[in-house]
Write a protein that binds this ligand. Structure first.
Ligand SMILES: Nc1ncnc2c1ncn2[C@@H]1O[C@H](COP(=O)(O)OP(=O)(O)OP(=O)(O)O)[C@@H](O)[C@H]1O
Ligand SMILES: [Mg+2]
Length: 795
């Protein structure tokens, strides 16, 4: 708002304050947090500190409302004092770290990082009076808002251009399902049992025995889709269908779903004026088969249409409320007499109090009405209908494996090469349709899959799938809505892993046994975890990998680290007499708990044990972690020696995996370390490995040179095992050169050396490490093998 720069500060404040007030009102209306008020602007957060699954949609709505309110104020100012005011709004979505500053009475949040930086840049790039958003916000609010793409734009402070959109309007969609339906629905699969139950209830309702059918299931399983298939089916033809639903930011706005329902009933469009609306409602209520004139005022009042009724104006609020309820109820019941009525109320978990009361009243009148009341909600919603005769609950579970496969067929096609990705998708999503769709979308957007809907192929193999942003926000919001102690327990459990042994959880949760059991029951009821095994040990498991990951990520790094460390201590205590069974678990937690010394030790053990089982990939992973954990420890003799040895073991794991490049890199590092250590024997061993890598990578001359270095050292150290190994590598270098005669010479056993010497007690001074020695025995055998190979070549 540059125009204020030259004004007297007091006068500027007078103009500015009402602008800021309007901006803040818009933020609060959609439950955002104003976390900073700068001189002439504000910064607001949606979805933090409390997560909301539709945070970006809320931000868009708030931005549009801000522009609308400020432009209204600006016209007033234009008329009164002759100044026009325009604001710029910028939006971005992503992770922020939110810190609370101050005490409980006064909370101030600061959010820092790349995400806020880009939002600020969007604001600076916007033309006065407009709203710009980054692609992340657009992606998350797609289908809910209208926007114009500006295309890739260079932004100060970022190396790559970013995609920028100008937000222009709200789309008339309320729910995520409606928004995704505008993009096209995936072919419908499964659900025949659920639909059959619903059709049976519909039939009964048609015959005058109304019912309340509730579809209950976790977010994204397919409740809305089931409603859609149902209302669009042949069976529902005879019914008048009226649909409405609660929205996540609507709990504070009483009656909202009822108002939407009435608008649908009276077919009121947004652009119609009060007169037209009043006439239409009046005409309907006067119809002979309805006779609802007495209810006209309450209906008009609820719809915010001006009318003249002196008696109404005199009523107490409680009396008005009673009459509104009565009017709505009778309107619907009378309509059901004219033709059967299918009333849909979606997303009751966000219901406001007044709408709830209306539903409760309707339920009591259903038994003799030609009305089916179809509702859906997530498991956390509580109601008192359980004992009512007219109440039927249908649990909507994730898709069964067969249907999930069909959904994947529809999304991806049946290319056999997709088998492993499909397995991964099913594992991570547990058959939740929304998670499946979104994960597939992520794979396409990140270039893992290429092709067209129903016909994809793998462009880049992967064994992990990132949590889609849409799923992340949904799950984070669910977790945030849990009671504080339940949420903490879920987060603590997530640090243990996807599978959570009860005994371990109770060791680290720091909760009394009773409280722990209650919280676990809550988490089961809310569908976050379930009991996987009860015997021999009680173990819980996260419903899907995605929930686990989001719960884990909702912890700050410090908290995670502390919990991982606590798990290591607990496991060491609980399994003191059989730690070796727990090595992998200990290695994992010690690493993440940043207990570096323990981490190196456990990882090395885990790596060696995997290597001995020929689980080379797993071994390599442990050992890579060990190498990086070790880098956090001081460079003393002991650690340097271990740094060399770890790399040598890792090198051996990589050899069968064919990763020579990483092998050579490790060998080079090890060589430097061994030199720093001043340890000739290790230097010699590493020269052998280096020689192997170089020859394998085609640099045979260098390979030969390193082999000779090793042989020289072996001789001066008088170490037979080392000598055999060095000779083998020299032989290999010659062989790769085509010098079979020379090669044969080196592969031939040294006449001075008895093979038993390699296997027996070793003269090497590398303490406690039998690996080099054992490998020397292998090299002895490889050499013999190679001898015969050379002889064949030489004829
Ligand atoms: N049986 C099915 N066949 C094909 N697609 C499905 C099926 N069930 C759900 N889907 C798709 O999965 C997505 C999520 O489903 P839906 O929106 O119905 O979930 P929901 O249970 O209503 O979730 P929420 O609690 O968040 O409202 C939608 O895009 C929907 O079209
Ligand atoms: Mg839904």
């Amino acid at each position: 708002m540059e125009l204020l720069a030259n004004r007297d500060p007091e006068e500027a404040r007078k103009i500015l304050d009402p602008v800021l007030e309007r901006m803040m009102e818009a933020v609060h209306r959609y439950e955002g947090t104003v976390n900073q008020v700068m001189g002439d602007g504000i910064m607001a957060l949606f979805g933090a500190p409390l997560a909301h699954e539709d945070h970006s949609v809320r931000a868009c709505y708030a931005a549009l409302r801000m522009q609308e309110q400020v432009s209204r104020y600006s016209s007033e100012m234009q008329d009164n004092v002759g100044i026009a005011i325009k604001i710029r709004v910028g939006l971005n979505s992503g992770e922020v770290v939110v810190r609370s500053i101050g005490n409980d009475l006064h909370m101030d949040y600061t959010a820092v990082g790349q995400t806020t930086h880009l939002a600020a840049r969007m604001e600076q790039l916007a033309n006065p009076g407009s709203i710009l958003m980054a692609a992340a916000t657009f992606d998350l609010s797609r289908g809910h808002v209208a926007a114009v793409r500006h295309g890739p734009t260079t932004v100060k402070g970022l190396s790559e251009p970013v995609d920028v959109y100008q937000l222009t309007a709200i789309e008339p969609t309320h729910t995520r399902f409606q928004a995704s339906a505008t993009r096209g629905l995936t072919r419908f699969v499964g659900r025949s049992t659920e639909l059959a139950q619903m059709f049976a209830a519909l039939e009964r309702a048609k015959n005058g025995h109304g019912e309340l059918v509730a579809l209950v299931g976790e977010p994204g399983v397919g409740k809305s889709r089931l409603v859609w298939e149902f209302t669009h089916s042949q069976h529902a033809r005879a019914f008048r269908v009226l649909e409405t639903g609660s929205v996540s930011y609507g709990r504070a706005s009483a009656w909202r779903p009822v108002i939407d329902l009435l608008k649908a009933y009276f077919q009121i469009r947004e652009d119609e004026d009060a007169h037209t609306v009043r006439e239409r409602i009046g005409a309907t209520t006067r119809q002979p088969d309805r006779q609802l004139e007495a209810f006209l005022s309450p209906l008009l009042y609820l719809l915010d249409v001006p009318f003249d009724d002196a008696a109404w104006d005199k009523l107490e609020p409680s009396e008005r409320r009673a009459r509104i309820l009565n009017a709505c109820k009778h309107l619907l019941l009378r309509e059901a007499r004219v033709q059967p009525l299918l009333l849909v109320f979606e997303d009751l978990h966000w219901i406001d109090h007044e709408t709830q009361v209306l539903l409760d009243t309707l339920v009591d009148s259903l038994l003799n009405a030609r009305m089916l009341l179809l509702v859906n909600y997530r498991p956390e919603y509580q109601h008192a209908w359980g004992g009512k005769g007219s109440y039927t609950q249908i649990r909507v579970d994730p898709l069964d494996p067969n249907s999930a496969e069909k959904l994947l067929d529809a999304l991806l096609g049946d290319n056999p090469a997709l088998k492993s990705i499909r397995r991964l998708l099913l594992q991570r999503t547990g058959g939740n349709s929304f998670f499946l769709e979104e994960s597939v979308r992520t794979l396409i957007e990140t270039g893992v899959l290429h092709g067209a809907p129903g016909d994809y192929r793998v462009a880049r193999p992967t064994d992990e799938i990132a949590v889609p942003a849409t799923v992340q926000t949904m799950l984070a919001a669910r977790i945030d809505r849990l009671a504080v102690s339940d949420k903490q327990l879920l987060q603590t459990a997530s640090v243990i892993g996807k599978d959570v042994p009860f005994a371990l959880l109770s060791e680290i949760a720091g909760m009394p046994a009773d409280a722990l059991r209650t919280a676990l029951t809550d988490l089961q009821v809310a569908d976050f975890i379930y009991e996987a095994t009860a015997y021999p040990v009680l173990e819980y498991t996260f419903k899907h990998a995605l929930t686990h990951e989001v719960a884990y990520r909702s912890l700050l790094q410090d908290q995670r680290r502390t919990l991982h460390a606590r798990i290591v201590q607990a496991v060491e205590r609980m399994y003191a007499d059989r730690l070796s069974e727990q090595i992998e678990r200990l290695a994992h937690h010690a690493l993440r708990g940043e207990m570096w010394e323990k981490a190196v030790d456990y990882l090395h053990q885990a790596g060696s044990s995997a290597f001995s089982r020929s689980a080379n990939r797993e071994a390599a992973m442990h050992l890579e972690h060990a190498v990086s954990a070790l880098s956090h420890l001081p460079q003393n003799q002991n650690n340097l020696a271990q740094a060399v040895d770890l790399r040598a073991t890792l090198w051996s794991c990589l050899l069968p995996l064919g990763d020579q490049v990483r092998g050579l890199e490790l060998a080079r590092q090890a060589q430097l370390l061994a030199t720093t250590l001043g340890d000739d024997r290790r230097t010699a061993w590493i020269s052998c490995l280096m020689s192997g890598s170089l020859s394998n990578l085609g640099d045979v001359d260098e390979g030969l040179a390193r082999g000779k270095d090793a042989a020289g050292l072996a001789e001066s150290l008088e170490d037979p095992a080392l000598a055999v190994t060095a000779r083998f590598h020299i032989g290999i270098a010659y062989r790769f050169h085509g010098g079979y005669r020379k090669a044969f010479e080196f592969f031939q056993p040294d006449p001075k050396l008895a093979p038993e010497e390699l296997m027996g007690p070793h003269r090497s001074e590398i303490r406690g490490d039998t690996r080099y020695r054992a490998s020397a025995a292998h090299y002895y055998l490889y050499s013999l093998n190679n001898c015969s190979h050379c002889l064949t070549e030489l004829g």
